[in-house]
Design a protein around this ligand. Structure first.
Ligand code: M6R
Length: 607
């Protein structure tokens, strides 16, 4: 979604702002802008890519050492130059950039209009600048605090005032803000990748806090002006992790990283001899896990699909009833969370607004809520009672790939751990741990066949509709394959449990609607084979993901992609890889912007 950067220090600010905006492009945006303080306030902004903005800034010869920048993902008002951030008050004294949604902007705008303010844009953000100016009486931070007390909704803000050169104020309510601490310079951002090239020392703002940032000092206060102390934290991930490293797209890089990222997700957690698992982040809550009577997984998009896989694994291995809910639906239900229910919130970014709201709802009902997150320091990681990090490294491509396989790895380990405490014997535990350890090599073997998948993509790239079918633990993989295709190639695709096809979707089958089947050798293989025949009998084209050694399947399919054999419960970690590659190559061959697909944002921090 939107990205924020702010800087004050000894360097020329424009290259820092532009570099940061480019590093945040992956979050998804449709306009961009900067404001720079240099005696006066100078603003340049435009619809479209940061590259366009860069040229405008060069032409306008902006300079200065304090500034803010923004990439906007439109919510209120079209993605036009006028609606792009930064926004100012009508006296051009205050400039700010905003992530989130000001829910009461309409009422505030009416009030401010009555007291003489004029508004130029359709955004919800502009009122905040006017409100700060309304309260300004010489103390910038007090004006911000007073204004924000009247604001309802969510915000991450970076704010400048002409009267306070060398100062940036950051504020947070429901939308992440991180402060980067340098030597004679400081940064504020919505995402630390924005300033990672300059510093790894960070502090995070909590909801209801502001940071008053100058080149040599950062002060933290609440909206009620209580002063707060914060400890510096260190970012540990590598700069290489946020660069393409020779790959043409982040998505391909991240697909190809999966042997490593899956291994990283299990690193130090497997107890090989005992055939079980231990998670440092869950040690304090083992009693709660062991006594759980029901498990509820919450998530959105790909994380929700991972939860669906988790549901099968949890019931199969631990015998504990499990359910999965869209976080966005759960938050508005009156959930019956009886004692003994434990909740796992699954999120790559740890910032998804719906998942955060669902966590708060589950907590309000007294349930223990644990996180399965990738981003350390994220809001979800901090708001859950305990949890497990994926350790998949930064995921930059908007289409989630390596996070999905790491989520499944973690869910598998969790189900195994709970299963070992309940009904899985040591010898079966050891077998499963051994199978899991072999997964990274097996993923590498699939990746080695990627040229074949590229060729298959070529055969199908003109199709406008696809059906993805799988059963059991591979039904969620069918959903995930369809989501990947939709997201980055804009081809309509639906995922279904294979047996559901005859209850409706079968009406759509013809040569123009290829069907992708997941038919790995497991307990439902024969059933899936029957479903394949039902499609072929109606003239449908069939692409099958099958298990190595299954030569027979080639007689039932137009194309076959093989995965190595593994325990049926682990197949999602393998079957999803060809589907990720298929969507990637189709999107590339159709000329789509793979890493920044239209209308999408990497982390959805608004409702
Ligand atoms: O960061 P999260 O895992 O909470 O994000 C959830 C979804 O927004 C995300 O998985 C989305 O569906 C991806 N674009 C899928 O590729």
């Amino acid at each position: 979604m939107c990205g924020i950067i702010g800087y004050t220090g000894h360097r020329t600010v424009v290259p820092i702002l532009i570099g940061a905006l480019k590093r945040m492009e992956y979050r998804g945006y449709d306009s961009a802008g900067v404001a720079v303080l240099n005696g006066a306030l100078r603003i340049e902004k435009d619809a479209g890519k940061v590259q366009n903005l860069e040229q405008k800034i060069r032409d306008a010869q902006l300079s200065g050492q304090t500034g803010i920048g923004h990439t906007r993902w439109a919510t209120h008002g079209a993605p036009t130059q006028l609606n792009a951030h930064p926004h100012t008050d009508d006296e051009f004294q205050i400039a700010l950039v905003h992530n989130g949604i000001i829910e009461n902007y309409s009422a505030l705008r009416q009030e401010l209009t009555k007291s003489g303010h004029e508004f130029k844009t359709e955004t919800d953000t502009e009122v905040v600048a006017a409100l700060i100016q309304e309260f300004y009486q010489g103390d910038f931070a007090h004006a911000v605090q007073k204004a924000l007390k009247l604001v309802k909704g969510t915000y991450g803000l970076a704010i400048l005032s002409v009267n306070h050169p060398g100062m940036v104020i950051a504020a947070r309510m429901g939308s992440p803000m991180v402060i980067g601490h340098g030597d004679g310079e400081n940064f504020v951002a919505s995402d630390p990748t924005a300033f990672l090239h300059f510093t790894r020392d960070v502090t995070y703002l909590e909801d209801g806090e502001i940071a008053v940032v100058t080149s040599d000092k950062v002060e933290y206060r609440t909206l009620a002006d209580e002063h707060i102390d914060k400890k510096l934290e260190q970012l540990t991930f590598d700069i290489a992790a946020i660069e393409k490293g020779g790959f043409s797209h982040f998505m391909l890089k991240e697909i190809c990283e999966q042997p490593q990222t899956v291994a990283d997700s299990m690193r130090g957690r497997l107890l090989i001899d005992e055939g079980t698992v231990k998670f440092g982040g869950m040690a304090a809550v083992m009693e709660t896990l062991n006594q759980a009577k029901r498990v509820l997984f919450l998530g959105c998009g790909t994380s929700w699909h991972a939860g669906l896989v988790g549901e099968y694994l949890m019931e199969e291995l631990a015998g504990v009833p499990a359910e999965v809910e869209y976080a966005s639906e759960f938050r508005y239900r009156s959930p019956a969370l009886e004692p003994g229910t434990i909740v796992f919130a699954i999120s790559q970014s740890g910032e998804t607004a719906d998942t955060l709201a669902a966590i708060r709802e589950a907590k309000r009902h007294g349930a223990p809520v644990f996180g399965i997150c990738n981003v350390v320091g994220s809001s979800i990681a901090r708001e859950t009672n305990a949890g497990v990090f994926l350790h998949a490294g930064p995921e930059i491509g908007v289409a989630s790939t390596k996070a999905f396989t790491s989520q499944i790895t973690v869910l598998f380990m969790l189900a195994l751990q709970m299963g070992r405490a309940r009904r899985v014997g040591a010898s079966r535990g050891r077998e499963l741990v051994q199978e899991l350890r072999e997964i990274p090599n097996k993923i590498s073997r699939i990746l080695a066949t990627r040229e074949k998948i590229e060729t298959i993509a070529h055969h199908y790239k003109q199709c406008r509709n696809f059906l993805y079918l799988g059963r059991g633990v591979n039904f969620p993989v069918a959903l995930e394959g369809a989501l990947k295709l939709k997201e980055i190639s804009y081809i309509h695709a639906e995922g279904y449990p294979a047996a559901e096809m005859k209850h409706g979707p079968i009406a759509l089958i013809d040569r123009d609607m290829p069907v992708v089947f997941i038919a790995s050798k497991d307990g439902v293989y024969e059933k899936v084979l029957s479903n394949i025949e039902e499609v072929r009998a109606r003239g449908g084209r069939v692409l099958v993901i099958a298990t190595e050694g299954d030569q027979e399947i080639a007689n039932h399919a137009d194309e076959v992609v093989y995965i190595p054999s593994t325990d049926p419960l682990l197949t999602p970690l393998l079957t999803v890889i060809p589907l990720q590659l298929l969507s990637y190559y189709m999107a590339v061959q159709r000329g789509c912007d793979v890493d920044q697909p239209r209308n999408l944002a990497k982390s959805v921090t608004v409702e």
